[in-house]
Design a protein around this ligand. Structure first.
Ligand SMILES: Cc1ncc(COP(=O)(O)O)c(C=O)c1O
Length: 509
């Protein structure tokens, strides 16, 4: 077709004007170098910053500015600088040496660079042909994770966003393997039921509810004084349900409970599941990686007997969020549960020796989260991870000792790297039930002050109806002096709060 002057000038304009999201190599280099420089300074200063500057949602929104969706764009470099400043100054710094809240680790700096590289190449790790090297890197990382926790070679597995998702995949693989496509609320075989301890993380409620069983399909077995499930009692629940005509399909053990770090007797649970012909899933989102320690708790070895296991690289592998991982002993179970073949995907078949990850899990398009995990595994190596995890466990014991030594602190539990404790004013020691309500209130408010104060960050647990504070160390930046500083902070804030809260007259005598 002959070009008219109008067509020609449009073509020239299309060539001359870069897309609004394009960056010239020069601009990219300059903005990128500056960002890396700013991040390096931020990481270098993290221990000197407060863990958090707190501030209400209104304060943060005001700092962000209530701007409208811009009509026209701005240069990328300036935007990045602005975003970095907002984030460095108004985030809760979980990479701070005194951050011990929930179960969020300090993130390996290499992971930040890995995410940059992963995004730059941007493979879609849903299908092998869309991500040849990335898919193989993911397979290798998952294989090494299995090796690290002593899981049998040849298992199937993939990376997901975190512990909840990894557990969901184990749950769905179990449901498919045990009940096919039956109505989970009462097919021919009866109502499906899952068995776990009262300490199980809330993922199980979401799974049972979302995947059609109903949250009341979960049967909770009690725990012993160390918060580990009582296997005999769990077995009795199975027996009871079978007699009633229900259909048990899944036994769940936890390797490192969210509240206290307790490890269930996994070998005994595996044996119950085997004898009863049920699927055995282990939630090792937090504690699973401790199985790599040379002196790992004996109960952890049972993780190898599970049909499926969830572990979280964004916890004890120190990968930046998000990275969870599920392993399934018989990889065919993943395909059975998740593989569909729509006509518009020509990604190769089962016969080929590669994995299309969209057939193994819930996601279709998938990002390259494997890169940060794989690079971390290579940077630290197995021995490096052993050293870091063992150190966290030792620091937790040291923290427990330091807290226990203080007369105004009641140190409650220590397991893996979780410590629980509470502040108890001296004259309220041993007052039993009468003081419970007040101590619960006192410690709940103390938690709030600690979390807002910026000196150290912990979270909480409820143990036998007592509100306790809880520190979980998955932090390679924490030093001995940090854990030893905690009792003084707790007592200082606790005393101040107690003097404001306590109706002295009522409790003095
Ligand atoms: C034992 C356990 N399971 C599952 C989860 C959920 O993991 P995520 O927050 O990565 O989804 C957690 C989180 O702390 C956990 O401790």
């Amino acid at each position: 077709m002959e070009k008219t002057p109008l067509r020609r000038s449009r073509a020239v304009a299309a060539r001359a004007r870069p897309a609004p999201l394009e960056m010239s190599p020069r601009e990219f280099r300059s903005a990128g170098h500056r960002l890396v420089e700013d991040i390096a300074k931020f990481l270098d200063s993290i221990a000197k910053r407060p863990v958090t500057r707190s501030g209400t949602a209104r304060d943060i929104r005001a700092r962000l500015g209530g701007g409208r969706f811009p009509k026209r764009g701005k240069p990328a470099g300036a935007l990045l600088r602005e975003a970095a400043e907002l984030l460095f100054d108004h985030s809760l710094l979980n990479g701070h040496p005194r951050f011990w809240g929930y179960i969020t680790s300090s993130a390996a700096p290499l992971g930040a660079l890995a995410d940059l590289l992963a995004s730059a190449v941007n493979p879609n790790v849903g299908a092998w042909i869309l991500s040849p090297m990335a898919s193989e890197i993911e397979a290798q990382a998952v294989g090494w994770i299995g090796e690290m926790i002593g899981y049998p070679a040849g298992a199937g597995g993939l990376l997901v966003s975190g512990g909840n998702m990894a557990n969901f995949i184990g749950f769905l693989a179990a449901r498919k393997a045990q009940a096919g496509g039956e109505n989970p609320r009462g097919g021919a075989g009866g109502r499906l039921r899952a068995y776990c301890s009262t300490e199980t993380h809330t993922w199980i409620q979401k799974a049972a509810d979302l995947f059609g069983l109903g949250a009341d399909a979960i049967r909770y077995a009690p725990v012993n004084a160390d918060f580990q499930v009582k296997p005999q009692e769990l077995d009795s629940l199975i027996e009871e349900d079978m007699r009633r005509g229900d259909r048990p399909f899944l036994v769940i053990g936890t390797a490192g409970t969210v509240s206290t770090g307790a490890v269930d007797p996994l070998r005994e649970l595996a044996e119950i599941a085997r004898r009863r012909g049920l699927w055995f899933h282990v939630d090792g989102a937090y504690g699973g990686f401790a199985a790599c320690l040379r002196d790992a708790p004996a109960d952890l070895a049972g993780i190898a007997a599970a049909d499926s296991v969830a572990v979280d690289p964004h916890k004890w592998l120190y990968a930046p969020l998000e990275a969870g991982c599920v392993l399934v002993r018989d990889r065919r179970a993943l395909k059975d549960a998740f593989s569909f073949h729509p006509p518009y995907y020509q990604f190769g078949t089962e016969q080929e020796d590669f994995v299309n990850y969209f057939e193994w899990g819930l996601q279709n398009s998938r990002g390259f989260r494997a890169l940060k995990v794989w690079l971390g595994l290579r940077q630290a190596g197995l021995e490096g991870y052993r050293r870091m995890i063992a150190r966290d466990v030792r620091l937790a014991s040291e923290m427990f000792r330091a807290l226990d030594a203080h007369p105004e602190i009641e140190a409650r539990t220590v397991a893996l790297s979780i410590v629980t404790f509470r502040y108890v004013p001296p004259e309220m020691r041993g007052r039993g039930a009468e003081a419970r309500e007040y101590l619960n209130r006192l410690n709940a408010q103390l938690l709030d002050r600690l979390q807002r104060g910026g000196e150290a960050f912990v979270s909480n647990a409820i143990l036998q109806e007592d509100f306790v504070l809880r520190a979980c160390i998955v932090n390679f930046r924490t030093q001995l002096e940090d854990v030893r500083a905690l009792p003084e902070i707790v007592v200082r804030l606790g005393r101040r709060l107690d003097s404001q809260l306590r109706p002295r007259e009522a409790l003095a005598d």
